[in-house]
Design a binder for this molecule. Structure first.
Ligand code: MG
Length: 225
């Protein structure tokens, strides 16, 4: 569970599931040497991967290449089952930033073998969120700057207007497969510029209108006795 500032108080993120979009920015699909999909492609990240500001991203020993992906996260406010896109925004509570941390080497290996991405996307600490939850009534998400720096160096910079499938379409499509419950999170995909994280790095991510959030990166071996 992660607590983030929300309006005059706090919001406790306790998602039953985190639904994450793959290749939802064309430039990122290109850098992954993939085509833009005809329908949204999504996978699940476990809620156990969530961390909040002040907690470090841990690089697991099982991977030699862990990447950052900055994403706009949509938090569901009402139970949504087969919701048409015209009504989809009624089911949204608000927004935050989520980093879809990815063990890229394990993802590539899974892709080549036709195996699921669960391990590559599912390690503990692979879903940092923050700095706050913004109510949907306070923010229009159609065209916001979204970016990420590592140790002060710009790595990712895009705009939410570049999403291939917009949030209402995502909610329509996902809720035609699985019911979205209050508190569930949709990570809407990452712009181009994904790259590796190393022990000792400082990651800074931002989305216009939501704010900036920082995380330290630590190797798993560095925190074990
Ligand atoms: Mg992603």
């Amino acid at each position: 569970m992660v607590r983030l500032p929300y309006m005059d108080g706090f919001y406790e993120l306790r998602p039953g599931k985190i639904v994450a979009l793959a290749k939802n920015y064309a430039e990122h699909a290109r850098e992954m040497e993939s085509d833009v999909p005809e329908k949204p492609v999504f996978f699940l990240k476990p809620p156990s991967a969530l961390i909040g500001p002040g907690e470090p991203i841990i690089l697991p020993r099982m991977s030699k290449r862990v990447d950052h992906e900055v994403e706009l996260a949509v938090i569901i406010g009402r139970r949504a089952k087969r919701v048409p896109k015209e009504k989809a925004m009624d089911y949204v509570l608000g927004y935050t930033i989520l980093l879809d941390i990815t063990a890229r080497d394990l993802q590539v290996e899974a892709r080549e073998k036709g195996l699921p991405w669960t391990i590559a996307k599912g390690f503990d600490t692979f879903a940092p969120v923050g700095p706050r939850v913004v109510d949907k009534r306070e923010l229009k998400i159609d065209d916001l700057e979204i970016g990420l720096k590592v140790n002060g160096e710009l790595r990712q910079l895009g705009r939410t207007s570049e999403m291939v499938f917009k949030v209402p379409e995502l909610i329509e499509y996902i809720s035609s497969v699985m019911t979205l419950e209050p508190g569930d999170i949709i990570a809407t995909g990452t712009p181009a510029g994904v790259g590796p994280l190393r022990h000792g790095d400082k990651v800074e991510a931002w989305i216009e209108g939501i704010g900036r959030v920082e995380f330290d990166v630590l190797g798993e071996d560095s925190i074990l006795c």
